[in-house]
Structure formats: structure tokens, C-alpha cells
Ligand binder design. Structure first.
Ligand code: NCD
Length: 297
């Protein structure tokens, strides 16, 4: 049994062995339903999700497990039940793993201290989203083999993005160069200490990137005015067709979803030939099967 609370704490060889294992879980791979047959995986989602929740659901089913799908809406959270009471009650039904998403950074770490099953972080506040970073790394490894020496440009609302943080840690651990680009108000302090190069000039960096990862402008997390307007943001930091033409010939465009079409990413680019956005989603199921296998089987 092992928790996946973040990329932090996982060594390069452990990340690589998990990503190698995920290859066997791609569609057409050997039957894996014996790995968690008769077991239960509990999805505990205190925050909305489309991709991550359905992906963990499919992954658990692919390993033969039953899935308990708990969401905050319609639960006793509205009656004041605490996070730990909710988690302990779900644990009492006997899952081998709790996959949880919560708006507070550190919530899965707290739960992990109080339950005996594996805890998998499916996104905690602005902190980490390790399964997203792993499926992103898997998608890039599928294209490139190794990530060593490749440049990944992460563009967007890095301040509020748990995806950016986990990706920075994961990509650096796997040998890539990571450049982070956003307006100064959307760059958190301390990124350089984690190995990122920081820039505010997208056009200068675009021709050097092997992958451009666009992030959603997380307007729901922005309590203050971080930007003059979304139009101005799109003009300076949006990946549009004119910018796409300046990318390296074989460079790819990524996005964790959900996309604000026309803000951080133009529809023609999101749906264009460089986009690996739906590959990311497909690979997510295989990578999450490997996560459940490593952590809970
Ligand atoms: C992200 C999330 O919820 O952290 N989406 C995802 O899980 N693929 C990114 C976002 O909300 O912008």
C-alpha cells in the first residue's frame, strides 16, 4: 500500500517504473481485471470534475474493482459533516483506496494520516494534481521516448494551478527543461527554486518549446483582480493560430481541460493537428490503472 499525495516524494525511478507499467494498460493490452477483483475503490470528490473522476472510475473498473462514487453534492457535507468524518465513514465501507479531490491544499495529506487504505490525490486546492502530471508525462514519453533535454513551456494561470506545480516537479524529475510563462500577477513565488525558468514573454519562448502546455485561467479561484481583462490576457498569453505557426514543426499543444476556448487557447489550435489534448485524456485511464495498481493492488 502506498499513497500518491503528490509528485513530491516520488523518485525518478519510481515515476518511470509507474509510467512503464501504464503501457500494459493501454487499450488492447492484457486483461487486468484480476488485479483488484472483489475490491472497492472509493472516489471522494468534494469539487467538480469531468475527466479525473470518470477516468479513475474507468481505471478502477478495468482492474476489476467496484467503484463507490461519492460527490459533495447531495452528501451530508451540507449538514456540517467534517472532512475527516466523511473520509472515515467512507473508509468504514472497506475500500482499498480513496481517490480524493478537495478545494483545500493538503486535504488528502490529512486524510492519509487517519485512514488505513491508500489515498490518491486527485487535485488538492492549488497544490498538486499528480495523476494529471503523470498522464501528461506519459503522453510526452509516447512521442519522444525520453524527456531528457526537451523543453516544455507551461503557459497560463500558474498561480492557481495544481496541474502546473505537479507537472513542474514531474517533468524536472524526468529530465526535461521547464519554462513557465504568465503575467507577473499569476506567477507564484519560489518557482525557480523548484527548477523552473520564468518568463513573461510568450512570443520569445514559443519557437524553442517542444511542447506548449496551456492552462485554464481559473477565474473561480481569483478573488482579486489579477488581470485587466480576459481579452487582454488572450491577446498577450493566448495560444492562437498566428502563434502556433511560430512553434517548432513537431511541437505539440497540451491542455489538462477544461478549456476556456478563445481565452488561453484558440479553438482552431485546440482541435488542430498539433493538439494531443484528447490523447492526454485517453492515456489518463491507463496511467490511473497503473497508479491504482502500484498504490492499492
Ligand atoms: C484541472 C483541475 O481540476 O485541476 N483539470 C483536470 O483535472 N484535468 C485543471 C483546471 O481545473 O483548470
Amino acid at each position: 500500500m502506498r499513497h500518491l499525495l503528490g509528485i513530491e516524494g516520488w523518485r525518478r525511478d519510481e515515476l518511470e517504473s509507474l509510467l512503464d507499467r501504464a503501457k500494459a494498460h493501454l487499450p488492447g493490452g492484457p486483461d487486468a481485471t484480476h488485479l483488484l477483483r472483489g475490491k472497492v475503490v472509493a472516489n471522494l470528490f468534494f469539487e467538480d470534475s469531468t475527466r479525473t473522476r470518470t477516468s479513475f472510475h474507468m481505471a478502477a473498473k478495468g482492474l476489476g474493482a467496484s467503484v463507490l462514487n461519492w460527490t459533495h453534492t447531495g452528501s451530508s457535507v451540507s449538514k456540517g459533516e467534517t472532512l475527516l468524518d466523511t473520509a472515515r465513514n467512507i473508509e468504514a465501507t472497506g475500500p482499498v483506496a480513496i481517490v480524493m479531490r478537495h478545494r483545500s491544499s493538503g486535504a488528502p495529506h490529512l486524510v492519509a494520516k487517519h485512514v488505513k487504505c491508500a489515498v490518491i490525490n486527485a487535485g488538492d486546492g492549488t497544490h498538486e494534481h499528480p495523476s494529471q502530471a503523470l498522464l501528461d508525462a506519459f503522453t510526452l514519453r509516447q512521442r519522444w521516448g525520453a524527456l531528457d533535454g526537451r523543453t516544455v513551456l507551461i503557459v497560463g494561470d500558474v498561480l492557481h494551478s495544481r496541474v502546473a506545480r505537479s507537472n513542474l516537479l514531474c517533468l524536472k524529475a524526468l529530465g526535461a527543461r521547464v519554462v513557465v510563462c504568465a503575467p507577473p500577477t499569476l506567477i507564484p513565488p519560489g518557482l525557480e527554486a523548484l527548477g523552473a525558468e520564468v518568463t513573461h514573454n510568450l512570443d520569445a519562448q514559443l519557437p524553442h518549446a517542444d511542447a506548449v502546455m496551456c492552462l485554464r485561467l481559473q477565474l473561480e479561484r481569483q478573488e482579486q483582480a489579477f488581470l485587466p481583462s480576459t481579452r487582454e490576457y488572450a491577446r498577450l498569453f493566448g495560444l492562437n493560430v498566428a502563434r502556433e505557426e511560430r512553434m517548432k514543426a513537431d511541437a505539440v499543444v497540451m491542455h489538462p481541460g477544461p478549456i476556456n476556448r478563445g481565452v488561453e487557447l484558440a479553438p482552431a489550435v485546440a482541435d488542430g493537428p498539433r493538439s494531443v489534448i484528447l490523447e492526454q485524456v485517453s492515456n489518463g485511464v491507463a496511467v490511473r490503472r497503473a497508479i491504482l495498481e502500484v498504490c492499492a493492488a
